[in-house]
Design a protein around this ligand. Structure first.
Ligand SMILES: Nc1ncnc2c1ncn2[C@@H]1O[C@H](COP(=O)(O)OP(=O)(O)O)[C@@H](O)[C@H]1O
Ligand SMILES: Cc1ncc(COP(=O)(O)O)c(N)n1
Length: 502
C-alpha cells in the first residue's frame, strides 16, 4: 500500500495515521510525503511543501522498485503537487486508487492552497473512489454545503454521475445519533450506518478511513465490502480512542485497538481481584454467616466494627461527592454517604442493642480495631489523591457486599430457609435489588472517572481498588480473630467490643 499525503508528527492524521491503518489491515505500508505539517491535536501551526520535483523523486523511487497494490492520496497541499501526482498515476496506473480530497483540517486550518480546488477535481477524476466529507463534497461540486442526509445523498449522486467515480460521502459532520456515510456509484447506492461514538477524539478519522478502504480493496471483492469493513473497524477505533490519552486537544483514534481488546476499567479491576473474591467466598466468617452457624460474639464484633467503619466510609463518600465532576455523581455519592450513616447503621444498632446489650452510645464509642483502622486510613488516603482514586477505593465496599449478599441469598435457598437464619436481616440488606442497583451505578461512575484518567492515574485507581478488596477480606475475617491493639507494658490486648450480654 502507498500513502501519498502530508504528515502529522503527533501520529493521529496524515501519513502516520495511514501507515497504522494499513498495518491494522494486515497490509505493508509505504509513504510519500507531499507536505510536512507542524501540527498536533490542537491544530496546524505551519506547512512546508518540499515541492513537485522532490515529490516526483519520492514517487518514482517507490514505483521503480516496489509493486504497488493500492494507493491512497490524502493532503496534496497545492496545485503543482496535485498535477505531479496526477501525472504519476497516469504513468504507473496502480490497480486501486482512493482519493481523500483533504482541504480543511477538523481544526479549521486550510490544508490545500486557495485556488487548487480545480487540480483536486482533476485528481478525483483519476481515482476509483473519492471520500469527501460534507464541506469537501460541496467544494468539489461548487455548491453550498448539504445540511442533512438527503442533501448529502443528492450531492454524492451528482458527483458520482459527473465524474464516473465511486463516491463515499462521509456524514461525520452532520448531527444525530448515528454517523452515516453513503457509497454512491453510477449503478448502486449503499448506506453505511454506524452509531455515533461519544468521543471528542476524531482527529484523523477521514485519513484513517480512506487508508483502510485502500488497504482492504485488494483483499475484498468490491468497494462496498471494503468500505463496510473499513467503517466497522473505524467505529471500533473511535470507541477505543479515549483510552489513548494523546494530547490535550482532539486526539487520535486507536488504529490498533484490535490488538488490545477494549475493556472497561471495572471489568479489568474485577478480574484483577479474582483472588480476593475467591478468598471472601471461602472466608470462614462469610460461610458461617451464610449457614447461620456464626457465633453471636463473632457477629457482634464484626457489626460493631462495621458501624465504626461506616462512620468513616460515609465521610469519604462525602469527599467523593464534593470532588465529583457532575451533578449526577455528586448526588449519588451524597445519597450514599447519607445511607451509610442512616439506613445501614440502623441494622447495626438494632442488632447490637438486642443481642449484645449495646445502646447507641456504646456503639458510638467502639474503638476501631487495627484492621478497621487500616481500611479506613486507606480510604482517606485515596480520597486525598484524585476523585478517580477515591471512587475506585470506595467501590469494593459496594461491589463485594452486593456479591456476598447475592451469594448468601442464593445459598440460603427459599425465602423461608433464609428467614430461619439468625443473620437473615443482614443478608437481605446486601442481597437486595436496590443495593445491586446502587452498585451498578457506582460501577458506572468509576468507569466514567477512569475514562478521563491518565494511564498513571488509572493504575493508581487499580491499586486503590485492589487494596480495598484486600481490606474487605480482612474485615470479614476479623469477626473470628477479633484483633486488638497491643497495650504498651502489658503485652496483652485491649478488647474493642464487649462480649455479648456484657
Ligand atoms: N463520533 C463519531 N462516531 C462514529 N463515526 C464517526 C464519528 N465521527 C466521524 N465518524 C466517521 O468517521 C469517518 C470520517 O468522517 P468525517 O468526520 O465526516 O470526515 P473527515 O474526518 O474527513 O472530516 C466517517 O466514516 C464518519 O461517519
Ligand atoms: C497531514 C494531514 N492530512 C489530513 C488531515 C485531516 O485530518 P482530519 O481527518 O482530522 O480532518 C490532517 N489534519 N493532516
Amino acid at each position: 500500500m502507498l500513502s501519498i499525503a502530508g504528515t502529522d508528527p503527533t501520529g493521529g492524521a496524515g501519513i502516520q495515521a495511514d501507515l497504522k491503518s494499513f498495518a491494522a489491515h494486515g497490509a505493508y505500508g509505504m509513504a510519500v510525503t507531499t507536505a510536512l505539517v507542524a501540527q498536533n491535536t490542537r491544530g496546524v501551526r505551519s506547512v512546508h511543501v518540499p515541492g513537485p520535483a522532490f515529490l516526483r523523486e519520492q514517487l518514482d523511487a517507490v514505483s521503480d522498485d516496489v509493486a504497488i497494490d493500492a494507493v491512497k492520496v490524502g493532503m496534496v497541499a497545492d496545485e503543482a503537487n496535485a498535477r505531479e501526482i496526477g501525472a504519476w498515476l497516469d504513468r504507473v496506473a496502480p490497480p486501486f486508487v482512493v482519493v481523500d480530497p483533504v482541504m480543511v483540517a477538523t481544526s479549521g486550518h486550510r490544508l490545500l492552497d486557495g485556488g487548487a480546488e480545480q487540480a483536486v477535481r482533476e485528481l478525483v477524476s483519476r481515482a476509483d473512489v473519492v471520500t469527501p466529507n460534507v464541506p469537501e463534497l460541496a467544494v468539489l461540486l461548487g455548491e453550498e454545503e448539504a445540511q442533512d442526509q438527503a442533501g448529502v445523498l443528492a450531492q454524492a449522486r451528482r458527483l458520482a454521475t459527473s465524474t464516473g467515480v465511486v463516491v463515499l460521502a462521509k456524514g461525520g459532520h452532520l448531527a444525530g445519533g448515528s454517523s452515516t456515510d453513503v457509497l454512491v456509484s453510477a449503478d448502486a447506492e449503499v448506506t453505511l450506518d454506524a452509531p455515533r461514538v461519544d468521543t471528542r477524539h476524531t482527529h484523523g478519522t477521514g485519513c484513517s478511513l480512506s487508508a483502510a478502504i485502500a488497504a482492504l480493496r485488494p483483499q475484498r471483492d468490491d468497494w462496498e465490502t471494503s468500505a463496510r469493513d473499513a467503517k466497522a473497524w473505524l467505529t471500533g477505533a473511535l470507541r477505543a480512542a479515549d483510552r489513548l490519552a494523546v494530547g490535550t486537544g482532539r486526539g487520535p483514534v486507536d488504529h490498533l485497538h484490535a490488538l488490545v481488546p477494549v475493556r472497561s476499567f471495572t471489568e479489568e479491576a474485577w478480574d484483577r481481584i479474582a483472588g480476593w473474591r475467591t478468598a471472601i467466598a471461602g472466608n470462614a466468617f462469610v460461610v458461617a454467616l451464610g449457614d447461620g452457624t456464626l457465633p453471636a460474639e463473632a457477629f457482634a464484633f464484626y457489626l460493631a466494627q462495621d458501624a465504626a467503619y461506616l462512620e468513616q466510609y460515609s465521610r469519604v463518600l462525602s469527599r467523593a461527592s464534593a470532588a465529583a465532576p457532575d451533578r449526577a455523581a455528586r448526588e449519588f455519592f451524597a445519597t450514599s454517604a447519607l445511607s451509610a450513616l442512616g439506613a445501614e447503621q440502623s441494622l447495626h444498632r438494632d442488632w447490637l442493642a438486642e443481642h449484645a446489650g449495646m445502646d447507641d452510645g456504646a456503639v458510638t464509642r467502639v474503638e476501631p480495631s487495627p484492621v478497621t483502622a487500616a481500611y479506613t486510613d486507606h480510604l482517606h488516603a485515596a480520597a486525598a489523591g484524585s476523585y478517580g482514586e477515591a471512587v475506585a477505593a470506595l467501590l469494593p465496599c459496594f461491589w463485594l457486599y452486593a456479591q456476598v449478599g447475592d451469594d448468601l441469598v442464593r445459598r440460603a435457598g427459599t425465602a423461608d430457609e433464609l428467614a430461619s437464619n439468625p443473620y437473615a436481616a443482614w443478608i437481605s440488606t446486601y442481597g437486595d435489588p436496590a443495593f445491586a442497583e446502587a452498585t451498578r451505578r457506582a460501577v458506572q461512575l468509576v468507569d466514567e472517572a477512569a475514562r478521563h484518567a491518565s494511564p498513571s492515574e488509572r493504575e493508581r485507581m487499580h491499586r486503590a481498588f485492589e487494596l480495598s478488596s484486600m481490606h474487605e477480606h480482612l474485615f470479614f475475617e476479623q469477626g473470628l480473630t477479633r484483633p486488638t491493639w497491643p497495650v504498651a507494658g502489658h503485652g496483652s490486648g485491649q478488647t474493642v467490643v464487649p462480649a455479648p450480654g456484657a
